[in-house]
Design a protein around this ligand. Structure first.
Ligand SMILES: [Zn+2]
Length: 377
């Protein structure tokens, strides 16, 4: 009973926060999502703020936000957070009661944008107190031992094995994506700045859950999925990049449930694209993914014809889970003779992966600010 009354009270406060502007300015809402390994906390603010994590109580994480206040509010948590509360007139304090010892893996402030009108102070918590599940332990150990400051890039060759992907006149999509993934791995690792993990390195079938699990286990800094488009109209050609958006979440989810949206024109005709994007939404930080998408399009535009409006917005929500910035590159149309020839030509492929690698360099060269590697604010 107490829980029900509390839920109603919290709901009322949230409504008030969204409906009326507070004179003091402050915390609008707290959203929490994730699992027992990693959990994301998003504090929505009506203005900018700087944050600081206080104290060393292993059962609690306290975030002090300078520049904003907060009405007294509280709610139930999720994942590693059992429950949360926020209060403080001059300096808001968001207190998180955690179920296991955690570290704050990263925190950053996202300004309004991309269809969102509030500031979002984001904090990612990672469990430290107990053994992680056996399946993830080796990868995490490897990461700590091998990283040496190198960024970890997961390159995902679309399709494989009994799933050939789209068909060109002379090629299966699965072969073109694998060739490109291998070339990209070689190109990136030559720099000495990256460790590249392939989701598959031969012609085998790898399920989507497994692909995403590989990215998570590798603790990837970036996930690049490679595909080739197909469409009935063989004159259509060009590359395009998919990222995820916070806009239209429910709409996209409903459409996905019916799997109908993939037939909307030429957008997302490949059902694998739909499914992998939906899964990646749970790990993506849209802003960072979008930044990389823009950099990527800039870099490959010199050599590769781009499809009109090539940064396509897949319209999915960030579902508040551990994130790996992710893009899905449709390298061209396998159903277009020129594109297919280019995708199958090793020299043209080198140029394309060179462009992708330049984009990766440019992305991480931003002082890590977009890559979420700068830590606090
Ligand atoms: Zn595909």
């Amino acid at each position: 009973m107490r829980g029900a009354a509390l839920a109603v009270a919290v709901f009322g406060l949230m409504l008030a926060g969204q409906t009326f502007a507070w004179g003091a300015g402050g915390v609008v809402k707290v959203r929490i999502g994730g699992d027992q390994r990693t959990t994301r906390v998003v504090v929505e603010l009506d203005r900018s703020a700087t944050g600081k994590v206080l104290g060393d109580d292993p059962g609690k994480v306290v975030l002090a936000l300078n520049g904003v206040g907060s009405e007294s509010m509280r709610g139930r948590g999720q994942g590693l957070v059992r429950e949360w509360s926020a209060e403080g007139a001059g300096q808001a304090r968001v207190k998180l009661a955690v179920s296991r010892p955690v570290t704050v893996k990263r925190r950053f402030l996202l300004p309004p944008g991309d269809g969102v009108s509030v500031y979002r102070y984001v904090m990612d918590l990672e469990a430290t107190g107990e053994a992680v599940p056996a399946s993830t332990a080796p990868a995490r150990t490897t990461r700590a031992a091998d990283r040496h400051g190198r960024r970890i890039i997961v390159v995902d060759a679309g399709h494989g094995g009994h799933d050939p992907g789209a068909q060109g006149a002379n090629n299966h999509e699965k072969a073109l994506t694998l060739a490109a993934a291998r070339a990209l791995k070689a190109r990136l690792e030559r720099t000495g700045r990256y460790t590249v993990v392939l989701t598959r390195s031969d012609d085998t079938y790898v399920g989507l859950e497994r692909r995403v699990a590989i990215a998570r286990q590798a603790d990837a800094d970036l996930f690049i999925s490679l595909h080739a488009d197909s469409v009935g109209d063989s004159s259509l050609r060009g590359a395009s990049v998919y990222t995820l958006s916070e806009r239209g979440a429910e709409r996209a989810a409903r459409r996905f449930a019916g799997e109908n949206w993939v037939h909307d024109g030429s957008l997302g005709r490949d059902p694998v694209v739909t499914r992998i994007l939906l899964d990646l939404t749970q790990r993506a930080t849209t802003n960072r993914s979008a930044v990389f998408a823009r950099v990527l399009l800039d870099q490959i535009a010199d050599d590769t014809l781009l499809l009109n409006r090539s940064h396509r917005d897949a319209g999915f929500a960030v579902l508040l889970a551990p994130d790996v910035p992710a893009v899905l590159l449709e390298m061209g149309f396998i159903t277009n003779p020129q594109d297919e020839r280019a995708l199958a030509d090793p020299r043209r492929r080198e140029r394309l992966v060179g462009g992708i690698a330049d984009a990766v360099d440019a992305y991480f060269a931003e002082g890590g600010q977009y890559a979420g590697l700068t830590g606090g604010l």
